[in-house]
Design a protein around this ligand. Structure first.
Ligand code: SAM
Length: 324
């Protein structure tokens, strides 16, 4: 597929190049922010799984100039003004001290994570790896967030996503599932927007004993009357093992359920990411419109070798399911 046919088929891809964003993902964060006002009073942010860096660009263009923005990815990232870029694995224990060091050991107001595995097309496997990334991001977030802070992360809306919502609700006052207009309707991608970090009493964030390893913690207090019936001594414990499917894989228990609001965000007048649009005749300078090159090609994409091999073999096409 030529560049301009991709421009036509994916308006956000074209707009990203025209507006100087490193990736079309920038629009997802912009649309989430216009719905949830995520950046209000925010000056200290961690951007996990940040390469090539369009979310970091949004942060650096939107937050006050003196803000602290620490961005981290497995892949190297081309530097951005006002952003500290680190190359690290969010699932590795050595990443937390690194992050804290660059935050000057002060808490963050907001942690965002757009982490995604290289999709294999095997949905169960892709969802599993995605949930592991979410868990790793959440673990880091619990270690660096200030009380009241926010957490935004990509999820794949798979079969067991309700369990994830229930667990997030134990740590945050409000949890919403949001689908920005720039995220393709045909993809299982969505974002959890968690507001008001407020871990239960006694909860100790730690990467030595991270969430997901069978640890238990009490649920948040504002439950419905119906739920009260399940309380034992005023405290109901939810096992984090349920996050990973539980010992018996039973997700139908009342305890694992929390129905989160689902919000489609982004103005209806904005581009529909599943639609194909005619290309503009002229650009913003009144010149004949020409397809632009990407703002920042990936520095060392994991699929580089595969692309080179495909080029050598003269092949094309292929690809797994859409995740954006
Ligand atoms: N938000 C980014 C932007 O706006 O440019 C796009 C992020 S991209 C969809 C997903 C990123 O997750 C990739 O750059 C990938 O390297 C990163 N990633 C996947 N697993 C990771 C891990 N274990 N630790 C750190 N980054 C990871």
């Amino acid at each position: 597929m030529g560049k301009s046919s991709k421009d036509k088929r994916d308006s956000y891809y074209r707009l990203a190049k025209e507006q100087g964003w490193r990736a079309r993902s920038a629009f997802k964060l912009l649309q989430l922010n216009s719905q949830f006002n995520l950046f209000a009073d925010v000056t200290r942010v961690v951007d996990l799984c940040a390469a090539p860096g369009s979310w970091s660009q949004v942060l650096s263009r939107t937050l006050p100039p003196t803000s602290t923005i620490v961005s981290l990815d497995l892949q190297p990232m081309t530097p951005l003004p006002g952003v500290t870029t680190l190359q690290a694995d969010i699932t590795h224990p050595s990443t937390l001290p690194l992050l804290l060091q660059h935050l000057g050991n002060k808490p963050a107001d907001l942690v965002v994570s757009d982490g995604a595995p290289d999709v294999t097309g095997l949905h169960d496997l892709d969802e599993y790896i995605q949930s592991q990334l979410l868990l790793a991001a959440l673990n880091l977030a619990t270690c660096v967030l200030k009380p009241g802070g926010g957490f935004v992360a990509k999820i794949f809306r798979g079969r067991d996503v309700a369990v994830v919502f229930a667990q997030l609700r134990c740590l945050f006052n409000r949890v919403t599932c949001a689908k920005p207009r720039s995220s393709r309707g045909s993809s299982i991608e969505a974002f959890v927007v968690c507001e008001g970090y407020s871990p239960p009493a006694g909860f100790k964030a730690s990467l030595e004993a991270p969430l997901g390893l069978g640890m238990k913690f009490p649920e948040k207090p504002n439950r419905s009357d119906k739920e009260e019936e399940h309380l034992v001594d005023g405290v109901r414990e939810i096992e984090l093992r349920e996050l990973e499917g539980g010992e018996d894989g039973d997700h139908d228990s009342q305890e694992a359920r929390y129905i989160v609001p689902f919000i489609a965000c982004g103005d209806l007048s904005e581009f529909d990411s599943d639609a194909t649009y005619a290309l503009p005749e002229v650009d913003e300078f009144g010149q004949k419109w020409k397809s632009k090159d990407p703002v920042q090609p990936p520095t060392a994409p994991p699929y580089k070798t595969a692309l080179e091999m495909r080029r050598q073999l003269g092949g094309g096409g292929g690809g797994g399911p859409s995740t954006s």
